[in-house]
Design a protein around this ligand. Structure first.
Ligand code: ATP
Length: 632
């Protein structure tokens, strides 16, 4: 990128370490012609506010109409009141000048109130639309997109749209109206002088087009780089990223990386501002040339007595009314191109159809037994768009599917343990059951219904998920628990917490259930977070439970508390557990052994142990020593 202070085109803040190259030369960026389809799409957001728009246009028409009066009043003062020595007329005209300014000022206030409200309204709608749309995206979207990038588009890009709504539209309308009114008046006053004034107009066009293109390109680049900078900050300036940065001694390198990104954004902003300046400069040359010509030609006419001094002065005053709107209109075209580039980035998100969607005839399941059946399920993760960036033109080998032809059953109320080496596909199965992804092939049935025939919300209402890495919001314990079921009573909440063996701990906190848990629950220990997650799941009381047991070893007391909580949680539910604890494996009704995305064994612990196979091998490796020490 030119003028960027070095080639830092890395993605994910990893340029320094992993060398991911992102080629974003300005030439690669698509030009945005002001296509009708696109304008129509943009205007769709404006139409709900048509009533306000009419009021705004009325206000603008009134101020534009009032705007052409002062030069006429001045002409009256110079040509009539003063030569006729008419003091009464003089007072009247001067009073009119003052009144016009006050009235148009008041209308201006009303108009800016209206347009700000409309602008904020459009932004409100767009943000909501985008948020709802992003919520519908499958997990695939969030594993490939960077969090900061998403926030930046909602925040920064949508924010930029407000400028279009308020200043740009208002500027277009008001400038056109002022221009028309001025043209009518000057052609009525003196057609030849008016023609002369208008003659310089076509020369506005060329610089406008050139600057328009540059501005558009810079605007898109700025938004992209800004998004990268925000994404970088989001990753680094949170507890997880900061821990990593400090532990690996990368704080200075990160600061340098940030400085470069920051510099990139700053440089681009300067270039963008300067691109506009050149336009203003060229326009200001014309705004001097105009009055000069008028004084020259009008002056000769005045000397010959064909033109009054008042008309000449009024004419020059009208030139400002002519050139200023023209300059601003030229600028609006430039801004419009920039704004369209931003709209494009928003539409890019809105155009992504979610991988997982409800069918129009999807059914809602009120009650479920919890019978699950996987039939020939294969699944490959969607490929990340960054893969192309990392590898450039080199085609990447197709990764093996995460799951291949998986078939097994989980009876209602059964406890099924998933076992297998790392990367075998255990977590992937737990993603497919609540339909975070759809199988690439095969199908999954819940009580005989294909998951794709069930409304997602009604499906997930029956699932509870407790993962290893408990996610908590930065809010109170109470709010975190009630997230599972906002309408739950205090008694229900306490009871869930008691069953999860966490009530006493919470009650012992300085502010009890009102204690804020800290960013992602960093103020709680691993065991406490797990029990909180169990209480949250208990409160939801789902028919089917997915549990990813923590691999980390806890002390005996904590382990015991969790074990007890787990028994309550699993009781009477269909449960699928990624098992790491011996007790879970021993009490499972069925164990499904996975290896490289395939089911290699299914059976009870005793059955599987009796067979020579992966299970016996894994079991021996993981628990053999402990059991022989305990005198198995
Ligand atoms: P572990 O016990 O280590 O958690 P697992 O058995 O749960 O492993 P999965 O997480 O299901 O394994 O992963 C199965 C395969 O899918 C692995 O090869 C993994 O690299 C791949 N994989 C997992 N998540 C993604 C993703 N979001 N995009 C692409 N591939 C993925």
């Amino acid at each position: 990128m030119r003028g960027m202070g070095g080639p830092w085109r890395s993605v994910g803040g990893m340029g320094r370490s992993f060398g991911l190259q992102r080629h974003m030369d300005s030439e690669d960026l698509p030009r945005v012609p002001l296509s009708k389809a696109q304008l129509r799409r943009v205007t769709r957001y404006f139409t709900p506010y048509w009533l306000q728009w009419i009021a705004i246009i009325v206000c603008i028409a009134a101020t534009s109409g009032l705007g052409v009066l002062p030069p006429l009043v001045v002409r009256g003062i110079l040509d009539d009141a003063i030569p006729d020595e008419n003091a009464r007329l003089l007072q009247l005209l001067v009073g009119a000048l003052v009144a016009i300014t006050i009235v148009s000022g008041l209308i201006g206030v009303l108009q800016s109130w209206l347009s700000t409200k409309v602008g904020q309204g459009i932004m409100f709608d767009l943000r909501n639309h985008l948020y709802r749309h992003l919520q519908r995206q499958s997990l695939g979207f969030y594993t490939t997109e960077r969090a900061g990038e998403i926030v930046s588009r909602i925040n920064n890009d949508v924010g930029a749209v407000q400028h279009v709504a308020t200043s740009m539209v208002v500027s277009i309308v008001s400038n056109i109206l002022t221009l028309v009114a001025t043209l009518i008046v000057i052609f009525t006053l003196n057609p030849w002088l008016a023609l002369l004034a208008v003659a310089v107009v076509p020369t506005f066009y060329l610089p406008t087009r050139i600057v328009g293109r540059i501005r558009h390109r810079l605007s898109r680049q700025t938004q992209e780089q800004y998004a990268e900078m925000v994404a970088f900050m989001e990753e680094r300036l949170n507890i997880g990223g900061m821990l990593l940065s400090k532990i690996f001694g990368q704080t200075t390198a990160d600061a340098d990386d940030f400085r470069q990104r920051n510099r990139g954004v700053a440089d681009l902003n300067v270039r963008q501002a300067m691109a506009g300046r050149w336009l203003f400069m060229s326009l200001s040359v014309f705004s001097v040339a105009g009055p000069a010509l008028i004084y020259l030609y009008g002056g000769y006419q005045a000397i010959r007595g064909d033109l009054s001094i008042g008309t000449l002065i009024a004419f020059v005053a009208y030139l400002t009314n002519l050139y200023r709107p023209m300059g601003q209109l030229a600028n609006v075209y430039v801004d419009l191109q920039g704004a369209l580039a931003i709209f494009e980035r928003i539409f890019d998100y809105l155009d992504r159809t979610p991988d997982v969607e409800d069918k129009p005839d999807a059914v809602a399941l009120e009650q479920v037994r919890g019978d699950i059946r996987l039939e020939n399920v294969s699944f490959s993760y969607p490929r990340s768009p960054y893969a192309a960036i990392v590898n450039g033109d080199t085609p990447t080998p197709k990764p093996r599917p995460a799951l291949e032809e998986i078939t097994f059953e989980i009876g209602a109320g059964e406890r099924v343990a998933l076992v297998g080496p790392s990367g075998a596909g255990k977590t992937t199965i737990t993603y497919l059951l609540p339909r975070f992804y759809d199988p690439t092939e095969g199908r999954i049935l819940l009580d005989g219904h294909d998951l794709r025939e069930i409304k997602q919300e009604s499906l997930r209402a029956h699932f509870g998920v407790v993962t290893q890495d408990t996610f908590l919001f930065h809010t109170t314990v109470r709010e975190n628990l009630l997230y599972a079921r906002p309408e739950a009573t205090d008694e229900e909440m306490f009871s869930a917490a008691r069953s999860a063996n966490i009530h006493d701990f919470i009650s012992g906190l300085p502010e009890g259930y009102e204690t804020v848990v800290g960013e992602r629950g960093f103020r709680l220990s691993g065991g406490e977070k797990q029990r909180l997650a169990m209480a949250r799941a208990l409160l939801k009381d789902p028919r089917i439970l997915i549990l990813d047991e923590a691999t980390s070893h806890l002390d005996a007391t904590s382990e015991h508390l969790i074990q007890e909580a787990l028994e309550v949680l699993l009781k009477g539910r269909t449960s699928v557990i990624i098992a790491h604890r011996l007790s879970t494996i021993l009490t499972a009704d069925k164990i499904v052994v996975l290896d490289s995305g395939r089911v290699v064994q299914v059976g009870s612990h005793a059955e599987l142990l009796a067979q020579e196979g992966l299970y016996a091998e894994l079991f021996d490796r993981q628990f053999g020593d402990a059991l022989s020490q305990a005198g198995r």
